[in-house]
Ligand binder design. Structure first.
Ligand code: SAM
Ligand code: GLN
Length: 296
């Protein structure tokens, strides 16, 4: 009688170099522009290593979970997904945030908005309106000296991502962060805060066609578009903010350069807002509207 043999299951042995080559093929077939570089970037993002990691460790065996995540990320990129969604993370200031299609991928210009707030306000309560991934709120809460940061969003799906990022930041927070669902300033009703900061949706619906495909086809429309030629959210924030800012408090709003003059004019028309200023981003485009609340 022949002994039954247990079928041997070959463990998948994949080295970093082999995985990089496989990803490169997926990316090239999908029409991604720099397939070799991106293959390395995907592996680096997933193993949380510097970008040259795969090139320097070609013979290192890669864990099955890394292989699965890397293949899935390359396939998403091949279908046109932005890199940050494909690998599920994005850098913002000193943080690495979890991101997916529920939230806007945090932008570099928004890092400057945080910088403006940090250089002007310390202590008290700061509210981040439309927090998305939690980028602004968590950067303020980990870098600034505030008593509390309130982070709001109308999208409960976005707030779930912010909650996950808040959980991941627990060890580095310097104050409490409160997540609240609601539209614009309504979650602050009855409260007075020391600063209101926001990167609201500010793209006009008519401008959708001009957006890059990675933005138009992948990022949440709620995060991008605002009615009234892109101005509705910004205008409502400017008009409503005197009711929730204490005297001396700061309003800091990211604006579309094409409508910065219009936004500044709205702020100057508010009797309780003074020192209205528009600051440029790193490319010289007017990007950040600042104003201070004073007593009438
Ligand atoms: N603060 C994040 C950042 O800078 O990366 C996300 C900014 S994204 C441009 C705008 C955010 O505002 C989205 O998360 C969107 O869900 C939220 N939003 C849109 N309409 C809103 C409203 N009426 N009230 C509160 N949040 C809103
Ligand atoms: N800065 C983003 C873009 O140009 C738009 C974000 C927003 O509407 N606040 O794609």
């Amino acid at each position: 009688m022949r002994a039954e043999r247990t079928p041997s299951v070959e463990p998948a042995i994949v080295r970093a170099g082999t995985l990089a080559a496989e990803l490169e093929t997926i990316l090239r077939d999908g029409g991604v522009e720099h397939p070799r570089r991106e293959a390395g970037d995907i592996i680096a993002a997933i193993v949380d290593a510097p970008r040259f990691w795969a090139a320097q460790h070609r013979d290192v065996l890669v864990a099955p979970v890394v292989i699965e995540l890397a293949r899935a990320a390359a396939m998403q990129r091949a279908q046109g997904a932005p890199f940050a969604y494909a690998v599920g993370r994005a850098a913002f200031r000193h943080l690495t945030l979890m991101v997916d299609e529920r939230v806007l991928i945090p932008r570099q210009e928004t890092e400057l908005l945080v910088e403006e707030v940090l250089s002007r306000v310390s202590g008290g309560v700061v509210a981040d309106i439309g927090t998305g991934s939690g980028a602004i709120a968590l950067a303020l809460a980990t870098e600034g000296s505030f008593d509390r940061v309130i982070a709001t969003d109308v999208s409960t799906a976005a707030l779930a991502v912010a909650a996950e990022n808040l959980r991941r930041c627990t060890g580095v927070l310097r104050c409490r962060v409160e997540l609240v669902a609601g539209s614009l300033l309504t979650p602050l009703a009855g409260r007075r805060v020391d600063a209101v900061v926001a990167n609201p949706p500010y793209i006009a619906h008519a401008e959708a066609r001009a957006l890059p495909e990675t933005v138009r086809n992948w990022e949440p429309p709620t995060a991008l578009f605002s009615a009234e030629d892109g101005m509705r959210h910004t205008a409502e924030l400017i008009r409503g903010v005197p009711a929730v800012l204490r005297s001396g408090g700061l309003l800091a709003v990211e604006v579309d350069a094409r409508r910065a003059v219009q936004a500044a004019a709205l702020a100057r028309a508010e009797p309780c807002l003074r020192d209205v200023l528009v600051r440029p981003d790193l490319t010289g485009r007017d990007r950040i509207l600042l104003a201070t609340r004073v007593d009438e």
